[in-house]
Design a binder for this molecule. Structure first.
Ligand SMILES: [Zn+2]
Length: 672
């Protein structure tokens, strides 16, 4: 059969791939990978690192390539056919993975090597690989008795059903509500674009007037700009009451059941709590450490947050005689106050951020820091004509990576921005096989009269994703499972977030922030405003993030199966971060999808954790100069090229000479 996914290739052969190729190829490659695994388990020789751990690491290379093409395209250039295929392909892959983790012969061999590790002298990367493989089995119950294994399967099945139901309930409650406005006066304060979108929503539903919904693109601008306080209150209360309405979509029981099962699962596997289980594979290590981290930030951010809140109260009183500032007033008055103070909007900044210049800026900064050179290539296959392709080389001209950049929205691309890869870096048979890295964004498109001009938010997004891309391009590890962005969750945002810092530096902005018509460099006064407005209400924002992280830890770091009242428990957890009066009809936990539907349980803290890392790391650049070669080399050698080959705290200390200091974040944010 002439299936390009089953033939040898280096660069993804986009032009030759048809939708019909995916399913048969992936089926075949799963079969091939199983055969590779059978070869390991049937090896008559005693298990050792090479014939078991390395051998397993090297299985499934071609399967990885084919699935990465499929899933990357299903996000960046999808259609009905691919989406339907995903429903067939995803279960095949998860069955394959489950079978693998239940393979007792394979685990037996890995365990033999793992148990003998003290008698061997493995280097750090080998130790990390061994531990990673062993833990992927043991954390899935491989060491349990048959009876406990059965219990674990049941718990896992129940949990996956519950999180699905949890999410479906949120969706149902979100979709069930609409705020139908028929009086034009009620639209006062809303920007034209928001009004247009609401009119369109109404039209789609066959109604007159304007419809606002609980979806973020509709809800957030409404809460930020709608002048009518009563309408803001109405929408805010409905939003905050999702799945807390004692109807069939209520999530209170689901929350209690999920935390109970998670606790049971952790206990079965020998952990004190779900958070202990999760944090074992995080830089933060333990719930105790996370709690200390959060409390420390809270103590330092609270005074600033209180001042900001008082100031906002005063402002609302002066402006509209508001006596008691409520949740539905927050975004609205904050936006007005920000306008008054900074008078800064996207339209003023955009002319200085033409996409072409910003990309050049990113490349120039990468060159100044890491010696990277980018040359655009027009002979490399791409999945869409708008995708740009570059060859990345180091200062000596050695090939480092292929880089795909896909900037603008189109039908078939999902929203947001992300970095991904089509091929991992690894050293195989002595050959350093270089990666193929990609970033996908949804930036403002060019028009017939104007080039693509980015908002400042889009500029920082580009820097963010490019930071992830550097982690991929500069990867230099032996095993692909530890290469590039394959690091602990609370460490993966360091390379991306640190790179955003250059967007706020005069020295860096001078390189690329030039007016698209006049060529004039962005005025210092605007740069100052950008910096100041970035820190606007940082105290209150910090408190808000901390409140979510603390609620998450409260649910997951002890036995919460004794809790009966979700709202009362939540109120207790929120007590030390509270600013606005409580709304009795609202509950956060029942719609907290991050931790009860998605994968962020016992992980919400990592947003702030990553900010501390990047602020502390960038403070080092600031001390020595933002283009200092020594600091840049150290960041490259100890962080960007190392992937997950060492404990992240060790890597960080090698770079910085000490552990990250939370004060760096508070200083950058102007809180201390
Ligand atoms: Zn990121």
């Amino acid at each position: 059969m002439n299936n390009p996914l089953l033939q040898e290739f280096d660069i993804a052969p986009f032009s030759k791939i048809e939708s019909t190729h995916y399913l048969p190829a992936i089926k075949q490659l799963i079969k091939d990978t199983k055969a590779e695994i059978d070869k390991i388990t049937s090896n008559p020789k005693e298990p050792n690192f090479k014939n078991t751990i390395v051998a397993l690491e090297n299985t499934g290379d071609r399967l990885d390539r084919a699935t990465s093409i499929f899933f990357n395209l299903n996000s960046a250039e999808t259609n009905d056919e691919l989406q339907k295929l995903a429903q067939d392909i995803s279960p095949l892959l998860s069955d394959f993975k489950n079978d693998l983790l239940l393979n007792e012969q394979l685990f037996g061999r890995i365990k033999t090597v793992f148990d003998d590790r003290k008698n061997k002298s493995y280097n750090s990367e080998e130790s990390m690989l061994l531990e990673k493989q062993y833990k992927s089995f043991s954390r899935n119950g491989a060491n349990l008795s048959e009876a406990n294994k059965k219990t674990l399967r049941k718990v896992d099945a129940d949990l996956s059903k519950l999180s699905l139901t949890f999410g479906e309930n949120i969706l149902a409650e979100t979709n069930a509500y609409e705020l139908h406005i028929t009086n034009e006066k009620d639209l006062s304060g809303l920007p034209d674009g928001v009004i247009e979108a609401a009119a369109q929503t109404a039209e789609e539903k066959g109604k007159s007037g304007w419809i606002f919904t609980l979806d973020y693109p509709s809800y957030v601008p409404f809460m930020t700009y709608c002048d009518k306080r009563e309408l803001r209150r109405k929408l805010s209360v409905v939003f905050g009451a999702r799945c807390f309405n004692d109807n069939k979509f209520d999530n209170k029981e689901n929350v209690l059941r999920i935390v109970e099962l998670r606790h049971q699962r952790a206990k079965l596997l020998g952990y004190k709590s779900h958070a202990h289980f999760v944090l074992e594979e995080r830089m933060a290590e333990k719930p105790e450490k996370v709690k200390l981290f959060l409390i420390n930030l809270l103590e330092k951010a609270k005074p600033a947050a209180d001042l900001e809140f008082k100031e906002l109260e005063k402002f609302a009183k002066r402006k509209d005689k508001i006596d008691r500032l409520e949740k539905w007033d927050g975004s609205y008055y904050a936006e007005k106050l920000k306008q008054e103070r900074f008078d800064l909007d996207d339209e003023k900044l955009k002319p200085y951020f033409e996409l072409k210049n910003v990309i050049d800026g990113v490349f120039t900064i990468a060159k100044k820091l890491y010696g990277l050179q980018f040359s655009e290539k027009n002979d490399i296959e791409k999945y869409h004509k708008d995708v740009k392709t570059y060859e990345v080389t180091d200062a000596e001209g050695n090939f480092l990576s292929l880089f795909y950049a896909d900037f603008h929205p189109r039908a078939g691309k999902r929203a947001g921005a992300w970095m991904t890869s089509y091929k991992s870096q690894q050293i195989i048979n002595g050959n350093n096989d270089r990666p193929h890295v990609s970033i996908v964004c949804n930036f403002t498109k060019p028009t017939t009269t104007k080039p693509s001009l980015l908002t400042f938010n889009e500029v920082t997004t580009l820097f963010h994703e490019f930071g992830h891309a550097l982690h991929g391009m500069l990867a230099n590890t032996t095993y692909k499972g530890l290469s590039g962005t394959n690091v602990y969750w609370d460490f993966v945002e360091l390379p991306s977030q640190i790179f955003e810092n250059w967007c706020y530096e005069d020295e860096a902005l001078a390189l690329f922030a030039k007016h698209y018509e006049t060529g004039e460099t962005i005025p210092m006064e605007l740069v100052k405003k950008i910096k100041k407005s970035a820190n606007f209400h940082e105290g209150m924002q910090t408190l808000r993030q901390l409140s979510f992280a603390m609620l998450d830890m409260a649910w997951h770091s002890s036995n919460t199966s004794i809790i009966k009242d979700v709202k009362a428990f939540e109120k207790g957890a929120f007590a030390i971060t509270k600013q606005y009066p409580d709304v009795p009809e609202n509950c956060m936990s029942t719609s907290f999808a991050h931790i009860f539907q998605g994968g962020y349980s016992a992980g919400y803290y990592s947003y702030k954790w990553a900010e501390v890392l990047d602020a502390d790391a960038f403070a080092y650049f600031k001390e020595r100069g933002i283009f200092n070669k020594d600091v840049a080399n150290s960041f490259k050698d100890n962080i960007l090229s190392k992937g997950g080959t060492e404990d992240p705290m060790e890597l960080y200390k090698k770079f910085r000479g000490k552990e990250p200091d939370p004060d760096a974040l508070l200083e950058r944010a102007g809180l201390i």
